[in-house]
Write a protein that binds this ligand. Structure first.
Ligand SMILES: NC(=O)c1ccc[n+]([C@@H]2O[C@H](COP(=O)([O-])OP(=O)(O)OC[C@H]3O[C@@H](n4cnc5c(N)ncnc54)[C@H](O)[C@@H]3O)[C@@H](O)[C@H]2O)c1
Length: 377
């Protein structure tokens, strides 16, 4: 079989997870490290043994042997690079979120469809053993009808994280912050498990902003599942704890509490005998050590294997395709819109004083925005 030839575009913090995932495939060749900062591309290539480096993505896309591309750059750069790669006939694995706006995201999924190319948005936690198990339990009815949920995420970030980045904490480069970046996975996983969520209300806070960030550092929302379950969702990057997720889903016949930080960690499963027995199998699983930064988890590998399977077989259905990424983007933009509807200083889409390439400006202080929009239920 011809090896799948892959390129990584964007050689920053998350790039090692992509390198690791494609390296772990039995039939792939990782060829290009591309970063507009050539030193970064060189460093990644040197560390992981990639044969070719460039600062110009056009060189990657002109390589006729390249089948697929990881796009792992700042959020504002996703649309242009994904569109260029699909237009060049490449399959694309793009880091979350799919794009900055729903309109751009929809244009990308439509382009992938027209081009007959795989487009997948990274949602690695959908592949965590505990998450896939909970999804099965819900499908099997072990929790009964979902009635309630609580999602809470603390992921403290220091001043340098924002101050030293050209895009983090800016509306122009990131499109929001605590929700769209750190809070993305907990939202995506919960949306997937509940079968869809709509926004009841949302608020953003600029509570203790670090490093000149202009975007929200805290967000809280009330969401509603398709059968009426009410889910409270909270994320903050202003805590002293680096990363702690808790997702609790409560049904009429059982409830589960798990995290995304230690894939496989099920804190609680209460219900009937079938649920308790199933929970025992998840508790016994041992996960391999993560490839990159620990809290990114272990499942980039699994999603990349799923992506490669879809590239090889157009009939293969992915757990995290472009449409899934578009639906999560739609939900999170609606959360921001709802929060902004009451007029908040730290709401996404507000007038950003710091541009994607800029150095930073004083951030507004205080809390912001309370929205209350009733949705279906
Ligand atoms: N799935 C996860 O758990 C996870 C974890 C971290 C980051 N991410 C996502 O990955 C993406 C990148 O995040 P990061 O933390 O690695 O960012 P980073 O700032 O560390 O790296 C981004 C790199 O992209 C490069 N770049 C920007 N535009 C480019 C272009 N046009 N051509 C080539 N290179 C370009 C920059 O020079 C930089 O080196 C973001 O979408 C982020 O949300 C996902």
């Amino acid at each position: 079989m011809k090896p799948l030839v892959h390129a990584v575009v964007g050689c920053g913090r998350v790039a090692p997870n992509h390198v690791d995932g494609f390296t772990a495939l039995p039939d792939a060749e990782l060829r290009w490290a591309c970063d507009r900062d050539l030193a970064r591309a060189r460093a990644l290539a040197r560390e992981y043994g990639l044969p070719r480096v460039t600062s110009d993505v056009r060189e990657v896309l002109a390589d006729p042997e390249v089948d697929s591309v990881s796009v792992a750059v700042d959020h504002a750069g996703h649309y242009e690079l994904v569109a260029a790669a699909l237009t060049a006939g490449k399959h694309v694995l793009v880091e979350k979120p799919l794009a900055m706006t729903v309109e751009d995201g929809a244009a990308l999924t439509a382009l992938a469809e027209r081009a007959g190319r795989v487009l997948s948005v990274v949602s690695q936690h959908r592949y965590d053993p505990v998450v896939t198990a909970v999804r099965d339990w819900i499908a099997e009815g072990l929790l009964g009808r979902l009635v309630s949920g609580t999602v809470s995420l603390q992921c403290g970030r220091d001043d340098a994280y924002y101050a030293e980045s050209y895009w983090r904490g800016t509306f122009a480069g990131e499109g929001g912050s605590a929700l769209v970046n750190q809070g993305y996975h907990a939202l995506d996983v919960t949306r997937w498990l509940t079968g869809g969520l709509s926004v009841v209300g949302a608020a953003t806070g600029h509570t203790a902003p670090r490093g000149g960030m202009e975007t929200e550092d805290t967000l809280a929302a009330v969401l509603r599942g398709p059968q009426g379950a009410l889910v409270t969702y909270q994320v903050t990057v202003a805590s002293s704890i680096t990363w702690r997720t808790r997702i609790e889903l409560v049904g009429t016949d059982g409830s589960v509490l798990f995290d995304l930080d230690h894939p496989g960690t099920l804190h609680l499963a209460e219900g009937g005998d079938a649920l308790r027995a199933a929970a025992g199998t998840v508790r016994g699983q041992v996960s391999p050590p993560p490839a990159g930064i620990g809290y990114y988890g272990i499942s980039h590998r699994r999603q990349i294997a799923d992506f490669a399977a879809a590239v090889r077989d157009p009939r293969h259905t992915m757990a995290a395709d472009g449409t899934a990424g578009l639906d999560t983007l739609r939900l999170l933009r609606e959360m921001y819109r709802t929060a902004r509807s009451e007029g908040g200083a730290a709401s996404a889409g507000g007038s950003g004083a710091r541009s994607a390439g800029g150095s930073g400006a004083a951030a507004p202080s205080g809390t912001a925005a309370v929205g209350a929009v009733t949705a279906r239920g």
